[in-house]
Design a protein around this ligand. Structure first.
Ligand SMILES: [Zn+2]
Length: 301
């Protein structure tokens, strides 16, 4: 019985390993989303490829971001599982069959209707504190406790899925919030020939790019399931984590993906001066490593 269960579970989930994403029409007014998504996938693809190629610059980035060397097979395997899975994602126009459904507003949510109470101690949904009220995504059948996604001021994005039930977890949704989706420079590619040397990752600039934000959110999606491990954001916190926390924290993957793509544009982390170790200083590197990998990469400039 147990064996049969595992077999049938595997059969059910094996085809869904290559995830598809669906872009809701609510994102149509925000073309920046359509530009950021491919770059987020490129960040994941380049992370995976460079990790698989004994690339010395990405080994430095890995050491800094995941607080362990690329000789840590388990850590490398987990990062490659997540980045490889994101890299393999493809777009579909069919919401029903899609694995990840991307939204640019919260119109799909309704407060759960009050039920006939069998236990008088349980408050009606409509009279609870806002943080305890149950919302239902009526389009995708996903519940959430508290104001979802962009209904919370200053939230950048959020991923929703059923927390435990494996069958229901086969799809998830992502909310992307204003002002981050409004038309602006959304990708590294759109920065043209900008000189990134002497820039520090401790600054907010590159981690506010929409492609960076989308990669962060994609790593939360099942089956990747990263968390926001407090304090989750900003370079200083990312590089201060233990390996166990770094490997679970979404923002660490976003920075790693960022460095993988910056490498294609001839930028890497300064790492020869110990005093610069944690500063996230970017320097220009004349050689791209290894060259043969870059034949199929679109030019960033
Ligand atoms: Zn997050």
């Amino acid at each position: 019985m147990v064996a049969l269960f595992f077999l049938s579970t595997f059969a059910l989930f094996a085809p869904s390993l290559a995830l598809t994403y669906y872009m809701d029409t609510s994102c149509n007014p925000y073309p920046a989303v359509g530009r950021a998504l491919p770059e987020a996938l490129t960040m994941a693809r380049r992370s995976n490829a460079r990790l698989g190629a004994n690339d010395p610059d990405i080994q430095v980035a890995f050491q800094r971001i995941f607080n362990t060397g690329t000789d840590n097979g388990a850590a490398v395997a987990e990062v490659r599982r997540i980045m490889g899975g994101i890299a393999d994602m493809t777009e579909t126009n069919d919401r029903e069959s899609s694995g990840v459904r991307i939204y640019c507003n919260e119109d799909r949510w309704s407060l759960q209707k009050d039920r006939e109470r069998t236990n008088k101690l349980i408050k009606k949904n409509s009279s609870r504190n806002p943080g305890d009220q149950i919302w239902i995504d009526t389009t995708n059948n996903i519940p959430y406790a508290g104001p979802p996604g962009c209904k919370v001021q200053d939230r950048i994005g959020q991923v929703f899925h059923w927390p435990r039930l494996p069958l229901q977890a086969s799809h998830s949704t992502m909310s992307l919030c204003k002002p981050w989706i409004e038309d602006r420079i959304a990708t590294i590619k759109e920065q043209g020939k900008r000189d990134f040397s002497r820039l520090r990752l401790t600054g907010a600039g590159l981690s506010q790019l929409l492609s960076f934000i989308v990669l962060h959110e994609l790593t939360h999606v099942p089956p990747f399931r990263t968390k926001d491990v407090h304090p989750a954001y900003e370079w200083n916190n990312v590089v201060s984590k233990s390996t166990a926390d770094a490997i679970r924290n979404a923002e660490n993957y976003a920075f790693f993906g960022l460095l993988a793509v910056l490498g294609d544009a001839n930028y890497k982390l300064e790492h020869t001066k110990p005093e610069q170790n944690w500063s996230g200083l970017l320097i220009h590197t004349p050689t791209i490593w290894p060259r043969q990998l870059f034949n199929n990469v679109r030019s960033i400039s």
